[in-house]
Design a protein around this ligand. Structure first.
Ligand SMILES: Cc1cc2nc3c(=O)[nH]c(=O)nc-3n(C[C@H](O)[C@H](O)[C@H](O)COP(=O)(O)OP(=O)(O)OC[C@H]3O[C@@H](n4cnc5c(N)ncnc54)[C@H](O)[C@@H]3O)c2cc1C
Length: 389
């Protein structure tokens, strides 16, 4: 049986541990923090959509959503609740040009496996979503998109992985990769322990490129800070609403229990990977102003908001040049594998991407059947998904 070391216990590392264990690998997962999922996974907005603009990502997210819909049965869990709210994703515009582009996008999505994306405009849009501003001209909507609990998702994978030969060690920091000639043969920990394996999988989120550099490998991954604001209970928030994205600016919000969660992928320069990401305290005001444009009830919320009802967090997206993840072997370094670069999509992509990784490692999928390979020509040509929410 082959032995695999996974570095990183976020949602991607733990989902990978499950699929690799199920495929018959002996797995050791090493996580630096005292708890799993404490870094990027904990900062996520936890939203899940299949409304992508290219066939490869549509297929990946459809597979993941089907998995999430049937999570307990597939993982043989009872009494587990990932809190999957399929209240839809609504991309809204006030611009005529954008409305025309939306119609083309919906036609593409219908032709590529998403027949249930709706194009809504004018009266119908305002009848279905009366909280929108009169300026809202058109939108696309898919009911089966939504959000869930990333923490419960990770924990479900963890529980299911325990049925296989999977060992999870927290408080274990990997300092560097061990090499023998060209090969990566394992890792060395901060406690001075050397662990060897047939394959070493980097699932270290924003720290993935830094770890790869310890074996002289340059991965095209950059951490970029992103914010999230959670607002506690507020009566003016329509709790039945959709994940609502201002397509013209990118500002978005969604219900979160009796309150809401808001985010906005503002332009920001890449930064070094960080264990603690300091938020910009002004972000809360900017994002509320951002969502207010097409959702005017946010003015009422902002005017009556109490400071202790606002929770601001920041984390780091791990970004590739084409905004799609890298999954698979690092060919220049036999024994080294990577699953990272998920931008704002790692929670939604976890089931399908970890399943793909395990099948690649088991040899059940040929390398040329992997659209997320590190050596794909499109990685650097900017042709990938550009909606960075
Ligand atoms: C503000 C924000 C909003 C987001 N919203 C969404 C969303 O709505 N939907 C969505 O799908 N995605 C979203 N994302 C992205 C999503 O959170 C990530 O894609 C996903 O969590 C990545 O998971 P991961 O396991 O790859 O990384 P991480 O969760 O970062 O896990 C990596 C783990 O590796 C560990 N590690 C690092 N270095 C070492 C080391 N040397 N030794 C041992 N362990 C190490 C870390 O401690 C960490 O636990 C959002 C991200 C942010 C920041």
């Amino acid at each position: 049986m082959s032995r695999v070391i996974i570095v990183g216990g976020g949602v991607i590392g733990v989902a990978s541990a499950y699929f690799l264990g199920k495929a018959g690998f002996q797995v050791i997962l090493l996580e630096r923090e005292p708890t799993l999922g404490a870094l990027t996974t904990a900062a996520s907005l936890q939203a899940v959509r299949a409304q992508f603009t290219d066939a490869v990502n549509i297929a990946m997210m459809k597979e993941s959503i089907a998995f999430y819909e049937d999570f307990n049965r597939i993982l043989d869990l009872s009494d587990h609740n990932i809190g999957f709210h399929q209240q839809g994703y609504l991309f809204v515009t006030s611009e005529e040009d954008a409305a025309a582009r939306m119609q083309e996008r919906v036609a593409y999505q219908h032709a590529h496996g998403l027949p249930d994306v709706e194009y809504l405009q004018d009266d119908e849009l305002h009848r279905r979503f009366p909280y929108l501003a009169p300026e809202a001209r058109a939108a696309t909507f898919r009911q089966k998109d939504g959000w869930l609990s990333a923490h419960e998702t990770l924990d479900g994978f963890r529980q299911a992985a325990r049925r296989y030969d999977v060992t999870i060690r927290t408080r274990t920091e990997v300092r560097q990769l061990l090499t023998r000639g060209e090969r990566v043969i394992g890792v060395s920990t901060a406690a001075g322990e050397d662990l060897e394996a047939d394959a070493t999988l980097l699932a270290a989120g924003p720290f993935t490129a830094q770890l790869a550099r310890t074996a002289d490998v340059d991965l095209p991954l950059q951490p970029v800070r992103r914010h999230r604001v959670v607002i506690g209970e507020h009566e003016r928030i329509p709790h039945w609403g959709a994940m609502t994205i201002d397509e013209d600016t990118g500002a978005h919000w969604r219900p979160e229990g009796p309150g809401a969660a808001l985010a906005w992928a503002e332009p920001e320069a890449p930064s070094p990977p960080r264990r603690h990401v300091s938020p910009d305290p002004h972000f809360t005001f900017r994002v509320m102003e951002g969502v207010y444009r097409l959702n005017p009830f946010w003015l009422d919320v902002a005017e009556t908001l109490k400071r202790d009802n606002v929770f601001l967090h920041a984390g780091q997206y791990t970004v590739t040049p084409d905004h799609n993840p890298v999954i698979g072997p690092v060919n220049e370094r036999p024994g080294l594998w990577v699953i990272s670069g998920f931008s704002g999509h790692g929670v939604m992509a976890a089931p399908a991407s970890a399943r793909l990784l395990a099948q690649l490692m088991a040899g059940d999928i040929a390398p040329d059947g992997n659209p997320y390979a590190l050596d794909r020509p499109s990685l650097y040509d900017g042709s990938g998904e550009q909606m960075v929410i």
